[in-house]
Ligand binder design. Structure first.
Ligand SMILES: [Fe+2]
Length: 388
């Protein structure tokens, strides 16, 4: 269906004489390593090396008697770039001039049939602008508050709400539909993140210290981690304790664009997420970036619960390089949201897309952590959509 949807408008172009004579509906954009063909509805991207590899020129590329290709793509320089790209023959053909004595002439119908880069959206580095995701609670505009949360969670994967409440149960009701409950973990129903916690028997983890905790997702070591997390600030730190968040799903799409080999390793090589506490252990084996087709489904990322890598020897340094390349995006301050929560504020985020971190701190900082199922949250938020 997608192919037909894409091809139809360009066929309309090919079959419509009034459009054929007008170039305003189709033009060419030269890029660093590829060309983009644009009409009113669609785009097609072709790498220069692909065009040279599939050049139909008899003699230069195709044997005149057998019609077979005479060029091995290994012979084509990876940085090949044409001198000129233009439409000819009433825009039915794309002419590419490689040199004085070599041109390729492609039928548009051939390009349409082989359009591997159709309507491609170029991935951009994620941008962490706090203004995009921050709202101030106003009790007189409750529905607008919920809609603002919904919009930001959908678009950016997180929302920061200022001055909401110290009443944790009141906030939970904002995101739970009737009959649903929060997700309980081995840390309890509501997790009190404070250094003097005495209510949790699993305090042998970084969350209950005043140490810095770098970027991670929560609970990657269980098969079905909670999809949303809310961190409510009861008391801020005396110094430090700021949070950092980054959209790791957007970062993964950007990684795919700039380093497909690294992306491939992080989406296919399983690693061991292994939580080992005195009274709790859990293991999940899977890749950091879980995909379904081209779609990023879920990120699992937690340096402090990783078991030693146990790859084949030849893969080990390549995997470290891929991990480091991904981290170079995640740890770029331009990509990160930096937030200091005050008493009564909360941040809520998609635990399948966002990584979160915390600076070290001093003083009796107290945050509460609550987990939700995504289906529950979206069901509740949908009740407040404008059209309803
Ligand atoms: Fe965490």
């Amino acid at each position: 269906m997608t192919t037909l949807k894409y091809i139809r408008p360009l066929f309309r172009f090919l079959n419509c004489s009034s459009t054929l004579t007008s170039q305003r509906f189709i033009h060419i954009e030269r890029r660093k390593d590829h060309v983009r063909l644009i009409d009113k509805h669609d785009t097609m991207d072709f790498h220069y090396i692909w065009l040279r590899h599939n050049c139909p020129a008899i003699g230069k590329s195709i044997h005149p008697k057998t019609g077979e290709r005479v060029v091995d793509c290994a012979e084509i320089p990876s940085n090949i770039e044409p001198e000129q790209v233009e439409f000819v023959d009433s825009e039915k053909k794309l002419k590419i001039t490689w040199s004085k004595d070599h041109t390729s002439s492609f039928d548009l119908s051939y390009l349409l049939a082989n359009a591997y880069g159709k309507n491609r959206i170029e991935a951009k580095k994620p941008q962490g602008k706090v203004d995009d995701i921050e709202i101030v609670y106003n009790k007189d505009q409750y529905d607008a508050y919920i809609r603002s949360c919904s919009e930001r969670l959908k678009k950016f994967g997180l929302v920061i709400v200022r001055k909401r409440s110290l009443d944790t149960e009141e906030i939970i009701k904002d995101f739970l539909p009737c009959g649903a409950s929060v997700v309980e973990t081995h840390f309890g129903r509501i997790e009190d993140l404070r250094t003097d916690n005495t209510t949790n028997e699993h305090t042998d983890q970084l969350g209950y210290t005043d140490a810095a905790i770098n970027l991670h997702t929560d609970q990657p070591f269980i098969a079905d981690p909670p999809g949303m997390q809310l961190l409510q600030c009861i008391r801020r730190a005396d110094t430090g304790g700021a949070n950092t968040l980054v959209n790791a799903a957007h970062a993964a799409v950007y990684l795919r664009e700039i380093d497909p080999n690294a992306y491939y390793l992080l989406t296919t090589v399983p690693i061991h997420f292994h939580r080992k506490q005195k009274q709790f252990t859990s293991l999940h084996v899977g890749p950091i970036i879980q995909t379904e087709g081209d779609e990023i489904k879920q990120i699992r990322h937690s340096y402090f619960t990783l078991a030693p890598f146990n790859f084949p020897f030849w893969l080990t340094t390549a995997y470290y390089d891929a991990y480091r390349k991904y981290a170079s995006i995640l740890y770029d301050p331009q990509c990160q949201y930096r937030v200091t929560l005050n008493s009564g504020d909360f941040v809520m985020y998609d635990n399948f897309k966002m990584l979160h971190a915390r600076d070290s701190f001093t003083g009796p900082r107290h945050l509460r952590g609550i987990y939700f199922r995504q289906t529950d949250v979206w069901k509740k938020l949908a009740k407040f959509d404008k059209e309803k």
